[in-house]
Design a protein around this ligand. Sequence first.
Ligand code: ATP
Ligand code: MG
Length: 569
Amino acid sequence: MSAESGMDFDRLPEGVELPPSNLPKSKHIMGIDLGTTYSCVSVVLDDFPKVIPSRKGLRTTPSIVALDEKGRLLVGEDARKQLLINPTNTIYGAKRFIGRHFYSEEVSVLAKYFSYQVVPIGDMAVGAKIGDRVFSLPQVSALILNELRRNVCEYLKENVTQAVVSVPAYYTENQREAVRQAGAIAGIDVVRIINEPTAAALAYGLNKDYDKKILVYDLGGGTFDASVLELFENVFRVIATGGDTFLGGVDFDDRVVQFILSEYERTTGEILQCDNVITQRLKDAAERAKIELSAKTHTTIDLPYITISHGKFKDFRTDLTREQFESLIEDLVDRASEVCMEVLDAANLSPDKLDSIILVGGQTRSPLVVERVTQVFGKAPTKGVHPDEAVACGAALMAHSLLSNKSVRLIDVLPMSIGGRQPDGAFKVLFEANSPLPAEREVGVTTTHDEQQAIEVFLYQGEAARCVENEFLGAFVITGFAKAPRGKIRLKVKLSLDSESILEVSAQAVDTGEPMHVQMVARSPVAAEDIGLEPTGPAPAGPPQLAPTATGKQRRFSGLRHFLRRISG
Ligand SMILES: Nc1ncnc2c1ncn2[C@@H]1O[C@H](COP(=O)(O)OP(=O)(O)OP(=O)(O)O)[C@@H](O)[C@H]1O
Ligand SMILES: [Mg+2]
């Protein structure tokens, strides 16, 4: 319960329609692709993954939540319909915020791009405010998960309560945890979180007896993921993964919006003044033009009554050719190629060593994407997986293999380095990016002042040299040792990441092997420091000096870094 708003963020909000309560318990586990723009759900029936349509007969559900003018809560297609007329009361793009800190650089920049209000909940969570209601991001995602579950329950006439949910391979631990939380809020037991590219690879290669190296190129609505996997007899091993959490279809749309605005100015001599509704109309027209240009070489963007000038409604209409469009988005497609190259580099592979390139995500339908992929890899991408449905189907196949004990092995890697904070704020890498999971590390820690009774270790994730520029994961406190002069207490701390990269920590005395008490604490590091200000209070108990770990080539292609480069450039 949040004290400041008096709202309960651990439950589905009031007014949401739940699945029918009188259905028999199901044995099925759903596979869910919780997308930035669209979500999709699939269940394996008679050994085949089936996409479950919504009640409107559509195979994907917009990841949108809204309040209508009567204050009713709308989810999915209904919410999408009112995006154009009521953008300030419509939440979309929640996947870009979930699991991030309110005071992070990404959130402050992203918030400016959305028409709904982004507000803090507690000391660091992100909330979305529409009307007079505030929803936490896990709650928003829970509403979408509930909608998908409802469709499945009604379709199967069974009460399905378990799911395998996919997330971008590039998600941090905090973001994964927030998705698990969203499942719990929706009353769904998330039996496994699976990375989107791994799910797509399953849809492509399960039970096919392949012995291949593939690259999954997933360009969706908000994010780009590239992963190299090795497929061998139902073992799916991720060799390297990378991506950009700020590269997706919405960026393509933005380019078209900029084009419309500059054409408006060029042809009318005036600047189009945009409120939220006009901005949303421009985005919508831009997306429609973009989609049309995947099938045609020319389109007309029509914006009737877009503004009022000298007391009269004014229309605007402009043409856009595929060639023009491609020159607007070329650098975005090149950026995706760059990420692929970095990932191949991390995998120690040259492009010709790949057997297949799998395209996933709606935005890969743009012909320039296919063209560039063909150029970069020297071969055309493989057809045969559905770009909108492969991830959900792969998640459903994974779910089915859990149920049927079929031997499918997923071997994943850590997408971004995890490390601890040194006393001077430097980031000490403990697990390098692309370390195969599960993984284990041991570090030595010691007390830094006399009579110290607890050692606190702060963990971060990212590729920056300073902790403040990385994502704060959490802190753990080690106690259970006697008071002693500083440096006298020497402990061995073991950190293990399981196959879903859930972290466990244990500690013992180096000399005696005596186990110590370790407690994870939810407390944030000095918040002022994290937002770049000088801390005003006393410094927190000094985190220990971490013993050196194996060094290696540090891979630096975190989404945040690219993001920062983009806003500064
Ligand atoms: N025919 C098309 N041509 C070009 N782009 C398209 C086409 N159809 C859909 N898109 C774009 O694909 C994007 C949505 O793709 P998808 O549904 O795979 O994303 P998502 O799963 O919601 O996002 P993410 O995977 O980033 O979380 C949108 O930006 C949409 O405009
Ligand atoms: Mg997707």
